[in-house]
Ligand binder design. Sequence first.
Ligand code: NAP
Length: 865
Amino acid sequence: MGRSGSGSAAIPAEVDVAVIGAGFSGLYLLHKLRELGFSVAAFDEASDVGGTWYWNRYPGARCDIPTTDYAYSFDPELEKDWTWSEKYATQPEILAYLQHVADRYDLRRDIWFGTRIAAAVWDEASRRWRLRTSEDDEVSCRYYVMASGCLSLPKKPDIEGVGRYRGEVYLTGMWPHERVDFSGKRVAVVGTGSSGIQCIPEIAREAAQLTVFQRTANFSAPAHNGAPSPSRLAQLAADRDGYREAARWSRGGMPAELTDVSGVIAPDDVRRQRFEDAWQAGELFAILGVFSDQGINPVANEVVAEMIREKIRASVTDPETADSLCPKDHPFGTKRPCLDTGYFETFNLPHVRLVDLHRMPIATITETGIDAAGESIEFDAIVFATGFDAMTGPLVSVDISGADGVTLKDKWAQGPTTYLGLMTTGFPNLFMITGPQSPSVLSNMAVSIEQHVDWVADCLLRMRADNLDRIEPTPLAEAGWVRHSQDCADITLHPRADSWYMGANVPGKPRVFLPYIGGVDAYRRACQEVAENGLMGLRLDGPAGPRCNDGVIRRVQPDVAMVLDLVASLGLPAMESMDAADARAFSEATAATMPPGPAVGEITDGTLPGPAADLAYRLYRPASAGPHPLIAYFHGGGWVLGSQHADEPFCRDLCVRTGAVIVSVNYRHAPEDRFPAAVDDAFAAVQWIAVNAASLGCDPGQLAVAGWSAGGNLAAVTCQLARDAGGPVITSQLLLTPVTDGDFGRPSYIENGEGFILTAALMRWFWDHYADEAERAHPKAAPLRGTLTGLPPAVVVSAEFDPLRDEGDAYAEALAAAGVPVRQIRARGHTHTSLTMVDAVISGAPVRAEMAEALSSFLQAPARA
Ligand code: NAP
């Protein structure tokens, strides 16, 4: 049976809170909850405090977040009586710090060491958890907190023959307490992640021979370890509270300035300078933040990746070894990068050899060494630095059985589902500290741990005050958070890598991005909003009776939310407060800041005859050989703003995705030329384009009209006019968030009337400029009110947070009811403007892909009679 740190006490039968783990999380939890008057017992398999820093004692083990920041901040007095000796402290120093914390707050008396909690069962009748230790002792608790760490379950080396080896075997994640002496020995290290990269130079110092078996080359930057950073120390001395608060509201959990320098657009000298500065800083977040877009744009990412490869080649003398050490199979940052001290230079030593497993795969481990590609290499010791079953492993390794008898392992068989990474449906009163779908491993853990512990403590305090004793996330809230967390990952390059973030390092583990990548700041805001909104999405119960404010905390796509936040922060004047000329200038200036869109084969300008005057057009031609399908395109802008090149990024994107020539036509604008001038121009343009299709290099049998917003209105009306006039034959129509009616009473006008760039007020302003009240019901202004039979097949895209959503959906439904083939695409989490922000709003790309695929399939279908 385990014993408490005070030495004698038996495991208590009943406590308010049971905490699993006595590392950074468990220690703070124990301290905080005890201070708040809860009875708490903590359990750890280890014989003392420390968690990660108890187990990972391999040579060279250090933190790689500066220790000024990788420390508790909850007590200024604690900070005063601890001084770190290095920028990146060694494992013994960090362990000593955690031991000091345990002493300072007298924590050990409530920690049972050498005690593994093997199973936990929820008992609905008593609303308590029953925990069982591996020695069959039981403890009953109201709340059960897994503070068991994200990287605490070492992965078993999954290599053929591993059990046969007779020499010394070490696992970096379970290193012996006594010193291991490699002097004079032939040593193998398998694995080149952070643990391998830290221990390899140290082992090379002692060993007679060192052979490193590398499966995936890893990006690493020099740590430039030394004294703690004078500038960080100065900032802390000047304003500790301000510094800590800035960390709490930062992207990664350390105060940092975010850059807006793009790796795609910035000039070479700026890119080089930013990279060299980050390289010199020797900090992970510096090298991960050289460019604003390196995490989402492969081109920007490759700029950083190649600069790191240059550094590797410059450090390693043998070109073949250098080449093997250069990572080429994953974007930089998508596998956890490392900070090192002399790692690459170690391979210049005569007794160190790199075995690149891609060139020389391991056949088997033998009794005396490792056989790789026909060569038998003998070793005295093998060090496995092969990583962990990360994030979910430590949680599901306990046999946790929830309210309906399902185990956590079974519930998560297809990947973890959590609410805020803190709780999971079906497991009441179970909290996780830095669980999956929380920033955790992507952040400074110290900051994320404190935030989680504080949130849980506040929650328990509130429940106690409100006479409640049961809490569980609702399925709706949990599904919403899982989706949001996934949305955040999907706009990054992360899903492209076979990383432990994706569960890819453990055979059979579902491929799901595990942590939350939206940022510590965004995450903290979400947690705060959940708390402020009556613990939104959490079902509470107890003597005071049930209560629940159900809902989804984040519904807008993460990159769309960033755009909205940015726009809100600029405090721009409302467009409807401007006159048309100023509004046009403003909208052109905004468009000029957007990425240009993908390259197309050719862009040419021309004019075509209009009913009143010539109309300018811009033509986008694919790089492929023609003849191409042809799309007549009408820009957005509420009939007031825009031009033939206003939607250039979207037109280029459409051109590339559909392989069609896009002819984007300017039309007369209001208020100078009111309804129906724009419609008349649009119809005339389509007639001209149809007649001239062949001379434009296109297939006259594949003509579509397309438009966004007011342009979508013109496209829809044009199709009706063409049908009524008996031509031209239009094979399909693409209506992107179109205006189809002048009715402001639909729910989407009310739900989304403010805060999503296109406001209800602005839409009224557009209508007022365009058409008189009496004209607005005319089918040439409101195509929804026209006859819809016999129209070309339609792709209709609506956006969830658009005032025009419901009229777009109504048009799609009315077309379908009239027998028109329709592909209706509802863009979840998008706004009226976000789908056209090519390369700025990444989450729009899959919607545009679906839209283009649908349009192409209609274009290729035989033309309808
Ligand atoms: P890791 O990053 O998962 O690295 C494991 C290494 O072993 C990889 O190179 C992997 O190759 C290799 N490997 C695994 N199975 C293998 C097999 N069967 N045959 C050959 N090679 C195999 O694990 P880690 O280095 O222990 O680090 C895990 C995480 O812990 C880090 O990413 C970091 O978050 C944290 N950590 C932090 C520090 C610090 O400085 N504070 C230090 C250590 C660890 P593949 O890449 O091909 O799978």
